[in-house]
Write a protein that binds this ligand. Structure first.
Ligand code: NAD
Length: 426
């Protein structure tokens, strides 16, 4: 369900996500009064493994793919974070995503550190046979640094449950035993959990409901636009519409669709699954991705990639609430502008935590051998997301901070505490 091509912003607006992550960290570190050694420790990743994967293609040729696994911090537990397949994957992007995972797991208060992986590949051009070969190669190459107690990968853009199944199998072969807890997002028949598909969208739904309630917005008169129509975007749309919100616009790389009366989300998802382009959905006006971001809606959910809301388009954003399903969709400059104009931004490290929380539930189930039903998963997820939202909101109110600053401070504070308790010695 992933598009291979990212919409590219003009070069003056592109911000290296790692620069964004470090800028955010520095602001929070100043607020927390962290000393220089702690700053240095947390600004860097604990481990970065870069590998080059030779793969025999179907035509007999060999291609070599760049790939990496980055572990930002494991003070609070094993590293956790997805594996992204994208032609533009690069070390700085993965470093940023790994750092954000540390803060995200900490904000959700689940016992993990942060990690992330990437392979520079246009996965849409791979045959199934080649995709399997690449996933297995990658699993074996990173096997020395992953494991149920070390680092537990998961899906991200370009990877899915099948990819996780191949990685779990190849890793298990290196250990001589079936080790499902090495990775989450697996198919249910291989120890995956019910509710993982919907998890990120569910998390978005819970935080949007909470923010709308605090802002006095009732769902039936609240309009929503969603950028990106993959796992996070589709489930956010479906679940918000299910709670009565008016989802009036969605988009993918083919562009956007808009209907002021509300879209039929199930029909839009069916259309996307059929033709691969949400813009083939007939009962709506075509809009560009840029227009979607600046529609006169109450709530905007960026659910595609980094760097979508920038200094260039932030002044035109009309939403009152932005719930970041994507990681790093707002540049620091745009963040400042939107805060100044009173927009509430529910930051990625809080809003999109649903996926990793349910991944944690999957890992717990794999390790205990006890499996939960859908109700148990969704009740527990609601509890974790609502508590995280309330904790971040409390810090924001008490310390007069934006939700992003509050989430970073809460997340970083817990990592610092764990690091200090463990000590920085071997
Ligand atoms: P996905 O590959 O399933 O979907 C991505 C979607 O974004 C596709 O529909 C694609 O067409 C669209 N897209 C790409 N560039 C676009 C652009 N410029 N404008 C509009 N649409 C564009 O990926 P996903 O898993 O839904 O992840 C999306 C984002 O959410 C990523 O930032 C990811 O890191 C983040 N996220 C995902 C999860 C998860 O559980 N899937 C969890 C947390 C965060």
């Amino acid at each position: 369900m992933v598009e291979s091509k990212r919409e590219v912003l003009s070069s003056s607006e592109v911000v290296d996500p790692y620069v964004t992550a470090l800028t955010q960290f520095d602001v929070a570190a100043d607020h927390l009064g962290l000393n220089e050694s702690m700053r240095q420790y947390l600004r860097n990743n604990q481990r970065e493994l870069v590998v080059h994967l030779p793969l025999r293609m179907d035509d007999g040729s060999i291609e070599v793919f760049w790939a990496c696994r980055v572990q930002h911090n494991w003070s609070r537990g094993p590293c956790k974070g997805g594996i992204r397949y994208h032609p533009d994957a690069n070390l700085d992007e993965v470093r940023a995503l790994a750092m954000w995972m540390s803060w995200k797991c900490s904000v959700a208060n689940i016992p993990y550190g942060g990690g992330k992986g990437g392979i520079k590949v246009n996965h849409k051009k791979l045959s199934r046979h080649e995709a399997e070969g690449l996933a297995r190669r990658y699993a074996v190459a990173i096997s020395p640094v992953i494991g149920p107690d070390v680092d537990v990968p998961a899906p991200d853009v370009g990877t899915d449950a099948q990819t996780m199944a191949w990685i779990a199998d190849a890793y298990s072969a290196t250990q001589g035993r079936w080790t499902p807890a090495v990775i989450t997002g697996k198919p249910i028949s291989l120890g995956g959990t019910v509710g993982r598909d919907a998890a990120t969208g569910s998390g978005i739904m819970y935080v949007v409901q909470e923010a709308a309630r605090r802002r006095g917005l009732s769902p039936s008169s609240t309009t929503v636009a969603i950028q990106g129509f993959g796992n996070a975007g589709q489930w956010s749309a479906r679940l918000l519409a299910g709670k009565g919100f008016q989802v009036v616009a969605v988009s993918d790389t083919s562009g956007g669709i808009h209907n002021g009366q509300g879209l039929d989300i199930e029909a839009a998802i069916a259309q996307k699954n059929n033709s691969g382009r949400v813009t083939d959905y007939p009962k709506a006006d075509r809009i560009t991705n840029e227009e979607l971001l600046t529609l006169p809606v109450d709530i905007l959910v960026p659910a595609a990639f980094e760097n979508q809301i920038t200094a260039a388009n932030a002044p035109a954003v009309k939403a009152k609430i932005i719930a970041e399903a994507a990681n790093g969709p707002t540049t620091p400059e745009a963040d400042r502008m939107l805060n100044d104009s009173g927009v509430i931004i529910i930051p990625d490290i809080l809003a999109s935590a649903g996926g990793v929380v349910v991944s944690y539930f999957e890992w717990v189930q794999n390790r205990s051998g006890m499996y939960w039903d859908e109700k148990e998963v969704s009740n527990r997820l609601e509890q974790v997301m609502t508590r995280a939202f309330q904790e971040v909101a409390a810090v924001s109110e008490r310390e007069k901070l934006t939700m992003r600053e509050a989430a970073l401070i809460l997340g970083i504070r817990r990592v610092v505490e764990a690091t200090e308790l463990r000590g920085m010695r071997p």
